[in-house]
Ligand binder design. Sequence first.
Ligand SMILES: C[S@@+](CC[C@H](N)C(=O)[O-])C[C@H]1O[C@@H](n2cnc3c(N)ncnc32)[C@H](O)[C@@H]1O
Length: 297
Amino acid sequence: MSVATRASWATALADRARTHWTPERTRELTGGKELEILPAEAPQLLRALGILDGDATMPPARVRKFLQINHVARAMRPAMAELRTRHDVVKLLDAGCGRSYLTLLLAWVARSRGHRLEVLGVDRNAEVIAECRRRAELAELDDVVTFRAAALETVDAGGTHGVFALHACDTATCDAIALGVAASAELIAVAPCCQAELARGWKELAESGATGAFGTVWRTPHVRRETAAHLTDAMRMLLLRARGYDTTAMEFIAAEHTKKNTLLRAMRGTGDPHARAEYEALVAATGGRGLALAQRI
Ligand SMILES: C[S@@+](CC[C@H](N)C(=O)[O-])C[C@H]1O[C@@H](n2cnc3c(N)ncnc32)[C@H](O)[C@@H]1O
């Protein structure tokens, strides 16, 4: 698309968005919550992301993603403000960026507020990365956003101030944490997805006939999966604290929008000198299975 064609496309889209997104429709979408961006304010970005259709409407299937990325960015506002006090240009890495929803939203929000931000999106899927580049160009963010097709385990994130990972699948959340710690990133923010590592370990214990206080949890697939997900997050928090990160967990969005609604937020600070021992005690108390992350950070 030529520059002139893109400019007239963006203007026409903005007109349609202004007409369609009346205050009533916008309120219905947001549920009255304050979001980082509204459709009438960022139609070009949202169209580039495929969240808005060409007529500026938002298909119901796209609402969840719109809300997810908005709420993550909103929850990270104070941390981002903190990074801005320390750096002229804040450098972020979006680990397992997928189709760049969060990557581009972060860049758009920063630009619209006059903040200087650079984001690198990393995903091992080369086709997805090609699509991300197309989207960044369409949103006119390709001067501040770059993408790399690579496995997180192979990336050197040196110089990165903040690492984000939204629903990076299976062990990719731990990969993102390891990447952030190795780079001494000041901020690590991850919304974990479906890591099965601990649940797999517990399943092995159940199959081996092991007994213990957690026996019923090991042997009951649904309970095992759910409990393992929460304890995996607790273990991640302890490992981050042990490495000097002040770490909290929060629900970043209501469960009706995604069941994977936990956000772990770690800021480099004092951490907790007892956290490693607490991690080891937790592992021992639940059957002796921990996270590979413990050997990596
Ligand atoms: C469920 S998608 C989420 C994408 C995006 N963060 C979002 O919220 O829309 C998970 C992404 O993580 C990527 N991924 C998983 N493991 C990875 C790894 N080890 N290295 C790089 N990318 C990985 C997948 O290719 C996929 O695109």
